[in-house]
Design a protein around this ligand. Structure first.
Ligand SMILES: N[C@@H](CCC(=O)N[C@@H](CS)C(=O)NCC(=O)O)C(=O)O
Length: 383
C-alpha cells in the first residue's frame, strides 16, 4: 500500500467521468419498450447489486446522530435528505454530524467494518441507541420517530401506505448500474479496482492482527469483496457489450417507471410528491434527479420532455433551502474539489494508477472463500 498504509482521500478523474454524459447512450432513451406503463413493484427484472443492510441496537446511545456519507452517493443522499427534513434536521447547528468518507477506501477500515459489517458502504447512521446500515431503514426510522412537517402531513392525511408504495417503487431502480454503466468500463474498473485493493489490504490486516472479532470481520470482508467483484462483473470491462446494453435497457425502463409514477403523483400540483411540503417520498426521489445533475445532465431535457411535471418540481425543489443544504451544495464543483483535496483523493488515484497500491497475498483458504462467495453472489443477483 501507499506508504505502507492506505490513507484518506475522492477521485477527480472519476468525478469527471461521472460528469461526462455518454451521448450515444441517451440517443436510445427512453427505451423503445412500453415498460413505463409496467408497475415496477411487480417487475421481476434483475436484482439490485448493492448489499442490503439493516438496523441493530448499540451498546450505548449516541448524544448526537452521526451520518456517515460520501457527498455524491445516491443512497447517502436519501438518508441526508431524510435527516434534513426530520425533526433532527430542524435542531439548528449540531443537529447531526456528517462523517465524510471516501466510499472506496475509508469505509473499509476495521473501524468502519465493525460499525457497518452488513454493507461496509454509505450511509450508516448512528442515532439514539441504534446503528442503521441501510438507507431504507434510515428513512423509515426517521419517518416513525422524528417526522418533520411534511411527514406529519402524510401521516395525518392517511396516505402513508401510498407513500411507502412509491418509495418501494423508487428503490427498485438500481442506481449503481445506471451510474457506473454511464461512467464506462474503464472508470468502473478503476473505482472497483481501488475498492478491491483496500478491502484486501484491511482483510490482510485483520488476519495479521487477529482481533477478538476476527471471524466476523473476515466474513464481512470476504462478502464485501465478492459483492464488489459481482458489481464490476456487470459494469466493468469484463462485461460483453450485449450484456451491458441489456442491463442498461432494463435499468432505463425501471427508471422511466419511477419517473412516470412521480409525474402522476404530482399531476398539476404546485407542491411536492405528497403535499405542499417535502416528505420522505421526496427524500427518496430527489437523489435520482441529483444523479442526473452530477452524472448525466443531458438526461434532464429528455426526462422533462416526457414528464413535464417533473421540470417544475425540480425547479421548486432547487429553491428549497432543505434541498440545497442536504443535496445540492455538497455537489457543487468547489465543494467537491475541497472534499477531494481534504481527503487526499488525487493521491489515492495516482497511487492506484502508478501501481503503488498493493494488497498483501491472502491465504489460499481465504481466496477459496472469496471465489465461492462470488459464485454465490452472482447466482443470487444474476443467476
Ligand atoms: N442497500 C444499501 C446500499 C449502500 C451502498 O452500496 N452505497 C454505495 C453508495 S450509493 C456505497 O457506499 N458504495 C461503496 C461500497 O460499497 O463500498 C443502502 O441503500 O444503504
Amino acid at each position: 500500500m501507499l506508504g505502507g498504509r492506505p490513507r484518506n482521500g475522492f477521485v477527480r478523474s472519476l468525478a469527471q467521468a461521472v460528469a461526462a454524459p455518454s451521448s450515444e447512450i441517451w440517443l436510445a432513451w427512453p427505451p423503445a419498450t412500453t415498460a413505463s406503463q409496467t408497475p415496477m413493484a411487480e417487475d421481476s427484472g434483475p436484482a439490485k447489486l448493492l448489499a442490503m443492510g439493516g438496523i441493530r441496537t448499540a451498546a450505548a446511545p449516541v448524544p448526537v446522530p452521526v451520518l456517515y456519507l460520501f457527498p455524491v452517493s445516491f443512497n447517502a443522499g436519501k438518508a441526508k435528505m431524510a435527516m434534513q427534513l426530520s425533526e433532527k434536521g430542524a435542531v439548528a447547528v449540531d443537529r447531526f454530524d456528517s462523517g465524510f468518507v471516501l466510499h472506496m477506501r475509508d469505509n473499509y477500515t476495521l473501524e468502519y467494518a465493525r460499525l457497518n459489517p452488513d454493507t461496509m458502504a454509505v450511509p450508516t447512521l448512528e442515532i439514539d441507541d441504534k446503528v442503521i446500515t441501510e438507507s431504507h431503514e434510515i428513512v423509515r426510522y426517521l419517518f416513525h420517530n422524528y417526522p418533520g412537517p411534511g411527514d406529519r402531513e402524510v401521516q395525518a392525511s392517511g396516505r402513508a401506505a401510498e407513500m411507502w408504495a412509491f418509495v418501494d417503487l423508487a428503490r427498485s431502480w438500481d442506481e449503481y448500474v445506471f451510474t457506473y454503466g454511464h461512467m464506462g468500463a474503464q472508470s468502473s474498473d478503476m473505482a472497483n479496482g481501488i475498492r478491491l485493493l483496500y478491502l484486501r489490504y484491511y482483510l490482510g490486516q485483520t488476519l495479521r492482527e487477529k482481533p477478538e472479532d476476527e471471524q466476523v470481520l473476515v466474513s464481512a470482508y470476504v462478502n464485501k469483496i465478492a459483492g464488489i467483484m459481482t458489481m464490476n462483473r456487470v459494469t466493468g470491462g469484463g462485461a460483453t457489450p450485449e450484456a451491458k446494453e441489456k442491463e442498461m435497457q432494463t435499468n432505463r425502463a425501471r427508471l422511466d417507471g419511477v419517473l412516470a409514477a412521480a409525474s402522476a403523483l404530482l399531476g398539476s400540483s404546485s407542491g411536492f410528491l405528497f403535499g405542499d411540503q417535502l416528505c420522505t417520498a421526496d427524500a427518496c426521489f430527489l437523489p435520482i434527479l441529483r444523479t442526473f445533475l452530477v452524472a448525466t445532465p443531458a438526461m434532464f431535457e429528455v426526462v422533462f420532455a416526457k414528464h413535464p411535471n417533473l421540470r417544475e418540481y425540480w425547479e421548486r425543489a432547487q429553491a428549497s433551502e432543505d434541498v440545497q443544504q442536504a443535496l445540492l451544495r455538497c455537489v457543487r464543483k468547489g465543494a467537491l474539489a475541497w472534499f477531494m483535496l481534504k481527503k487526499r483523493v488525487p493521491k489515492t488515484i495516482l497511487a492506484y494508477k502508478m501501481g503503488l497500491l498493493r494488497a498483501p497475498p491472502l491465504p489460499d483458504e481465504i481466496e477459496e472463500r472469496i471465489r465461492a462467495a462470488a459464485v454465490r453472489k452472482w447466482q443470487e443477483v444474476r443467476g
